[in-house]
Write a protein that binds this ligand. Sequence first.
Ligand code: XMP
Length: 516
Amino acid sequence: MKDTILIIDFGSQVTKLIARRIREFGVFSQIIPYHLLKEKDLQVNQVKGIIFSGGPNSVDEKFAPEVPKFIYNLKIPILGICYGLQLICKNFGGNVFHSTQREFGKTFLKIKKKSLLFGKTFKNNKSYQVWMSHSDAVKKLPKDFESIASSDNCESAVIENKKKKIYGVQFHPEVVHTFKGEVILKNFVEIICKCKKKWNMKNFKEQIIKSIQQNVGDNNVLCGLSGGVDSTVTAVLVHEAIGDRLKCLYVDTGLMRMNETESIKKLFRENFNIKLDIVNAEKIFLKELSRIIDPEKKRKIIGKQFIKVFEKYSKKQKNIKFLAQGTLYPDVIESSSNMGDKSVTIKSHHNVGGLPKKINFKLLEPLRELFKDEVRKLGKELKIPNEFINRHPFPGPGLGIRVLGEITKKNIEILRKADEIFINKIKKKGLYNKIWQAFCVLLPVRTVGVMGDNRTYERICVLRAVTSVDGMTAEAFSFPDNFLEDCANEIINNVKGINRVCYDFTSKPPGTIEYE
Ligand code: XMP
């Protein structure tokens, strides 16, 4: 049982940031969509505080998101953020009005009263910059609540019920534009909820190893290894827990990067005492994918083929009941429907959504509570060499989602060559570890070019390189002068099939990192 802050998600774009900030303090936090919340969720861990996130709705709409009323009887401190504050206000008998004056972006908060939430950082009668995104605001405060700070357009920008330990802030303390927003969250977590700081990778490693042992019992586990950070950390972790009852399988789908299979084999043999089997399944993957253009269909087909290969392999082994996967927290959040029917599932990631509904394995996903940078920290704790830990993420469906349109062996080869040139140049320039992820994408359009005396009509290759902390948001990487021109020249001169190279400046959001 670990001290936990439970975040009830009402659909805000920045809910994940709340979880991240709290984990950075050394306290575990977990997000749960409002419509999935059950009383038993509060018993799994030691929930010491609850945060209601922001959200796009108005509390007075007909089907506005709600919380089950038992939440208010638990005597656990609550902090409502934006929509969360308005919901608290409505639930306790106050009301909210829809203002024509939207407050969006930076604004100033004036402190009216001392509070545990402000601690010593925020002084009475002083103003501080905060980040707002609302048009609704508190009109009438509920009984026993006090307004303790205001902004230009919002008289009750922070409210508190000291006795019940229920707080609400109209602004977003989780975003960096709010001055010392992290102090407000920290005061809530450490002073009001009295959480102990026990969330660190050493403790997590010990706990998760125990729980893998209990969960797996005497059975064997199969781990599909891609050579990426997540599957490597998963394999090493499960190996620490159950030793050689872990069977590792690398499936060469034909969608891998240049020399990937050989280098994974070598890296694994040199660094770990874990047996790795390799299956070449290129033919069947490419056959099943032929003429498929829809990205979600591609993912589903790839997921299905992976399972077929795993099932065939496990029949030859004994007692394999579990399939270990490197599913991460963002995969879980992005693939699950946060907002019931209304939400948009961004992508069914191979780790989660690409798998068929019925499989003959139980899933073992020891990293499903972690963000990517936390996985890297866990990797260090497991003494995995930096060579693995610093590898850029590579998606489960591989180059299959980077050859846009139809996947053919020829297209994959074209992309593989371009990708190798781009990545090698990045490594040579010493930029690899400054970039979160870099890769090439082959577009399904042709453009005209001239090469020598001939006219060409070939494909466009897009170069993508982004910086990010956890893959949830990202920005295009700024390369030094001439670097991109050099890449473009080298690719066009050496890769038959590409006659034009573009660089993608889109950030996430509004774009995603991958193209499909
Ligand atoms: P997006 O494209 O959603 O990517 O911004 C965020 C991170 O997830 C990786 N990604 C995938 N990983 N299967 C995976 O295992 C997938 O289908 C998939 N799609 C995206 C992406 O490479 C990035 O690191």
